[in-house]
Each structure stands twice: as C-alpha cells, then as structure tokens.
Design a binder for this molecule. Sequence first.
Ligand code: KG4
Ligand code: ZN
Length: 329
Amino acid sequence: MIVLAIESSCDETSASVAKDGREILSNVVFSQIDLHETFGGVVPEVASREHVKRITVIIEKALEEADVSVEDIDLVAVTQGPGLIGALLVGINAAKAFAFAHGIPIVGVHHIAGHIYANQIQHELRFPLIALVVSGGHTELIRMQGHYQFEVLGHTHDDAIGEAYDKIARVLGLGYPGGPVIDKLAKEGQPSYDMPNIRTEDPYGFSYSGLKSHVINLIHRERQRGRSVQTVDMAASFQKAAIEHLIEKSRRAVDNTDAGMFLVAGGVAANSLLRERVAQTFTDISYAIPDFEYCTDNAAMMAVAAYYQYTHARQSDSMSLNGYSRLEL
Ligand code: KG4
Ligand code: ZN
C-alpha cells in the first residue's frame, strides 16, 4: 500500500511517499526556520503564506524522488491537527485537491500519532508500550495497548518542554529554535546554577513554567547586578533539570504499567542528554528514539501513522475533512 502524506502543521512544509508503513520512498522537508528566526518564533501568518508558496512543488518532488506516478498512490494522508490552523489548512486543501482530482481516498492524521509512529520506521513497535511525546507544543506520556490505541497517562500542566527551551533561548539571545542551540551549549558547560525541584501532584504530569521562570529571573537578576551570565553553565543547568523531570516521570510510567517498550517522540527527542539518559535508564526493556531526521516535523512519520490508522482504525475521511488547532489523540 502506497501512501502520499502531507504535513504543514507548523513551520515545515513536507510531503512523503511511503510503502506499507515502513519503507520511506521519499521525504521532502522544507524548513521555514530562517524566515521565523528574525521574529524569535513562528509567525502564523508568515508560515501559512510560505506553505502556500511551496506545497505544490514539494508534493511533486516527493512523487518524483519516490519514482512513483499518481496511479500508484493508494491513499492520501494529511495532518489534521493539532497545529497552527492557517498552516494546517494549506496542507489539507492541497491533499483534498490531489485526492479529489485523482479519485484517491483521503485520511486526516493526528500530528502526535505521526511523531509516535516515526519510531516504527526503524523499530518494530511492541505492545504494551509507553511513549514520551516531547515537542514545542506537547509534553505527554501515552500508553499504547496495540496499534492505534492511545491512552494519555499525563501531560504538562503549563508549558511544553520545547516551549521552555525556546523562551529561555530567546532571553539569552540565542535565536529560534532554542532547543538545538541550548543542547549544543550545554555540552560545553557545567550544571553549576541551582535549579528548583519540579513537583507535580499528578504522577505522570509535567510542569515547565516554574523552571522556565526560575531561569529567566536568574538571568535578569545576574544582569541587574552587573554580572555576566555564564551561558554555557546556564544552558547545562536548565537542560539537566528539564531532562531529569522527563526521565523521572517516564521511568515511573514504565514501572507502574506492564510496558515492555519505551518510545521517545517529537522534536525534543533530538536532545543529546535525553538520548543519553534514556539509554542509561531503560536498560531492562527495549526502547526506541527516531533518527534525527524523523524527530522534527516531517511527512514520512505521517505516512507511517496513516498506514496503521488505515489498517487498525478508520479507513478514510470525506471531502469535508477539516483542520483543528486542538485535537484529541
Ligand atoms: O516536533 P517539533 O518539530 O514541532 C512541534 O510539533 O512542536 O518540535 C520542535 C521543538 C522546538 O521547541 C525545538 O526547540 C525543540 O523541538 N528541539 C529541541 C532539540 N531539537 C529541537 N529541544 C531540545 N534539544 C534539541 N536538540
Ligand atoms: Zn511536531
């Protein structure tokens, strides 16, 4: 079964062709990061306009690189949400037009299902499993009993971890997105600044606003006192606290459930300390983290999720398929 998938939920315009939810025939990703960098974050209106400019060419390129023709496509998949509504609608309209013009069924796919299924590209998922989803908009622990069965165990009560990275990077003048820069600087520093212990009532819940405010206040205080902030040490201190919170909750979720596998998904899965700590912590069960190219937003992960959605959940949607900025998994 050959799926053409389109992803445009945030600042990446992407199209991919994949076979049987495993073999990635093409994965074309155009990142708008350079454009948004000057604003210190994604500007929704700018993102939508850029998606409009590129989407057709990117779909054509994905078909060309996969060496398939339109007749070979069995299913068109598109990210339905959550995400920036204007950005989502560009992908959805392109997908609908393509599917309608060629008489191919269409299916809307949840963005987070895509991040989780990015793991299936290199590892066979084994159930039950626990997935830690960490991105610019999400921080959650999900239990899966089987393919396409998602149970959210806990989520962040305030900021997402990626959001905290991005805001702290902005205060430190490091540009957007902050995650990769802080990660790189942290390796050169020592976690010498005191960080608060993050506590949440809920056993699988997360909270990043306290840690974020603590770091931002510390930076301002140091500057007010005329002291220079040791950026590498600040990065190392924040990163250590941020990642340990993920590890603590993830280990608890694995220990308290019957999970035999642990997955990490989403843009923050690219983080070097998280990858290292997962390897050290989950020695007793199998774990998976996607390759870097499949951590941040891409259409290949959506094509894989679409295949499992089609084979294990709903098969197709109607042409009234819509986009949603918020959407339950
Ligand atoms: O999944 P993603 O591409 O987009 C969303 O769906 O949000 O994730 C983007 C987020 C950004 O907040 C970015 O700063 C973060 O992932 N990120 C990282 C790293 N690489 C990307 N955070 C920490 N360490 C990294 N190496
Ligand atoms: Zn994402």
